[in-house]
Design a protein around this ligand. Structure first.
Ligand code: NOJ
Ligand code: CA
Length: 663
């Protein structure tokens, strides 16, 4: 009775049900209309998301979506700084206001349901919590009703969901309205430009024990379409349960999207007791030769992962100053049609021509660590049966880096990689790897939702179309869309560094300078040095790859337009040096670049790698000019980028200062 009266009071007093960002510009407001819960998002009084419904539909039970009342609300604020173990920034500020709505059904089973909301200056987020309660214990979600009523004239960059190659697609650009015509569900992060000029990105944070959210246009609204399990339900759950955060990053300029750290801020702090063993790295690989067909994953004359070849690659790593080496095709299972026969993989059994201990020892002697590789072909059952032994085996060999892979359109031929089944599996790999002090790079992964803050041994992942698609599958606009879309979900192992651009089998859609720029513009705490070592011999441009770090004190996004161009500057976490990378699409462009991100009035040495005036990603990709000059923070550069081109700059203080890095 009292709850009823309080509920009525609350629903009339709608303004109590809103949370405002610390700078007071962004508002996430909630309202009950006839027992149905709606939210809106406004910035500076202008509507970004019009009233949109939330709720859940359950199997064999009534939906939790109507007949609702708000029984109680709670507010709190938080403003703190935290230090990352690795990342794009050393220190991150988390400043938000929080509102919690304690909701129940008015009648019937009076099931309880909580919405926790946060407003940051760079976006808003909310999550659903279903607490322990008498009338709800085990339940199956058949549909999550989270709607996003965004102006249909917004421009949207999207990749399709539920396709055989998971996230590995080229982005489409269209009006939001046109998404309806395709009846296509799309992945998040979903980045949009609204007619108001704002950029927003819809995504999720802290995805555990649930299907990943895709979005589709239905009746003029974007609605969540949670990746289903093979039985058609979206998740099998038990109370208490909390959903991932539903996140809306809001930016005034497109480069501000890249600076948002809200996704990480919404994740729990590091859970690992000790992180001394976790290190960003660069790595070469017995890899591109396999993709080119020069060597094979399988046994035979051209087997890549032989003891002898691995030693040759280790020699190259040492010579070129690259601290780690990936070896693919080292273990039993690659002979024949491995893509469709994941059950053959053995993760503790090396091929007879590969002596793992000998290779590890040789690596140690030469200061090169191995990156092990577990391709599962999506046979998760086979992998999980061996995982304990396989991770212990790596740890016994002193191997700390592991790349995993899940080629195939479904796990065990039945479950989507992005379903609750996949989410739970990937999480098991992360936790087991942490137990064995193993760092992970997951290919064909679940999308990033910032859980690397909590488990910093989950360092990077693929989850987008990477350089393996060179040879026709990538064009220059792809990599000027990626940082504004997929890039918002964390590190991407794009595998840059291909110098054999004019290769007959796989022509690379890039100039040479652009390959360098990727190390700065596409963030990953592990960066590959992807080509075969002989391609780096006598290549002055290789110096940039040698020098560039993969761990940053701070990052600045200087110039950009989605699908057009991007310039990013980052400061090394372990020195005062800055690195700048710039990319264009297939149009040539002159960019005016200021250096005012440099601190103080010191003189800096700039080593500049840029496209020659006659460079072109198709006609003359190797045209590069390399020069060194003195600059100051007040200087500006006119930088020419060739079609499909780019530039890279290393900035070092002229006199190395005795003062440690400022940040
Ligand atoms: C796809 C991965 O993305 C690629 O890097 C790897 O070489 C192959 N699978 C084989 O595992
Ligand atoms: Ca892949």
């Amino acid at each position: 009775m009292w709850a009823k009266i309080l509920g009525l009071f609350r629903s009339k007093n709608a303004s109590a049900n809103q949370v405002v960002s610390p700078d007071r510009r962004l508002v996430l407001a909630w309202e009950l209309r006839n027992g149905v819960l709606y939210y809106t998002v406004t910035k500076d009084g202008r509507s970004l998301i019009a009233p949109s419904r939330v709720g859940f539909e359950l199997q064999n039970d009534r939906p939790i979506a109507s007949d609702l009342q708000v029984n109680r609300t709670l507010t709190k604020s938080s403003n703190e700084k935290w230090e990352t173990v690795w990342g794009e920034e050393k220190e991150i500020t988390s400043n938000y206001n929080e509102l919690t709505l304690y909701i129940s059904e008015k009648n019937g089973a009076q099931r309880l349901f909580t919405v926790r909301c946060r407003a940051f200056n760079d976006g808003v987020a909310w999550r659903y919590e279903i607490p322990s309660q008498p009338n709800l214990h085990k339940f199956k979600i058949t549909n999550e009703v989270t709607e996003y009523s965004v102006d249909l004239n917004s421009t949207v960059w999207w990749i399709p969901a539920f396709q055989p190659d998971r996230y590995e697609y080229n982005y489409e650009k269209s009006k939001l309205l046109e998404l309806g015509e395709t009846s296509q569900s799309v992945h998040t992060p979903l980045t949009m430009r609204l007619p108001t000029g704002h950029y927003i990105s819809l995504h999720e944070a802290a995805l555990y024990n649930y299907g990943s959210m895709t979005l589709k246009l239905s009746n003029g609204r974007l609605v969540s379409d949670i990746t289903p399990l093979s039985d058609g339900t979206r998740a099998h759950l038990e109370t208490p349960w909390v959903s991932p955060w539903r996140t809306v990053v809001v930016a005034h300029t497109v480069t501000d999207l890249l600076a948002s750290r809200m996704m990480l801020n919404l994740n729990e702090p590091n859970l690992l007791p000790n992180t001394d063993w976790i290190h960003p790295t660069k790595y070469m690989g017995i890899w591109w030769s396999l993709h080119l067909g020069e060597e094979t994953w399988s046994q035979g004359d051209r087997h890549g992962a032989t003891t002898e070849n691995a030693k040759r690659y280790i020699d190259a790593c040492r010579k070129f100053g690259i601290p780690a080496l990936l070896i693919e095709g080292w273990n039993v299972g690659w002979d024949g049609d491995w893509v469709n026969h994941g059950e053959n993989f053995r993760f503790t059994e090396a091929y007879p021509d590969f002596n793992l201990s000998e290779v590890v020892t040789y690596g140690k002697q030469n200061g090169v660590e191995l990156v092990a590789h577990h391709e599962t072909s999506g046979d998760v059952k086979n992998y999980e049966a061996q995982m304990d032994a396989a991770y212990a085996f790596l740890a016994q060999h002193g191997i700390r880096y592991l790349k995993t892979g899940y080629v195939g359109s479904r796990m065990n031929r039945e479950q989507f990689h992005h379903s609750q089944y996949g989410v739970l599996h990937y999480q098991r790999t992360v936790e087991l790897a942490a137990k064995h002090k193993i760092m992970l790079d997951i290919h064909e992964p679940i999308k990033g939702t910032g859980i690397e803050r909590t488990y910093p041994n989950l360092m990077t992942r693929e989850g987008a179309r990477g350089e393996e698609y060179e040879g026709g599958g990538i064009d220059p606009s792809h990599t000027v869309i990626i940082p504004f879309t997929r890039g918002l979900s964390g590190g991407f192992d794009f595998t840059p560094g291909l110098f054999d651009i004019t290769n007959y089998t796989k022509r690379v859609a890039s100039t040479l300078a652009r390959q360098l720029a990727y190390y700065v513009t596409i963030y990953s705490p592990w960066q590959m040095v992807a080509d075969r070592p002989h391609m780096y011999e006598n290549q002055p441009a290789f110096k940039f790859i040698h020098d560039v770090p993969t761990d940053w004190a701070q990052s600045k996004y200087l110039l950009g337009e989605i699908g057009e161009y991007l310039v990013t500057a980052r400061q090394d976490r372990n020195s005062q040096d800055w690195y700048v990378g710039g990319l264009t699409n297939d149009s040539p462009r002159k960019l005016n670049l200021g250096l005012d991100f440099l601190p103080g009035d010191a003189t800096w040495i700039a080593e500049i790698y840029r496209d020659s005036p006659d460079a072109h990603f198709r006609d003359h990709p190797l045209g590069i000019n390399i020069e060194s000059r003195e600059v100051r923070s007040t200087d500006r550069f006119e930088m020419y980028l060739a079609p499909g081109g780019g530039f890279a700059i290393r900035l070092t203080p002229k006199k190395a200062s005795p003062i440690p890095p400022t940040v």
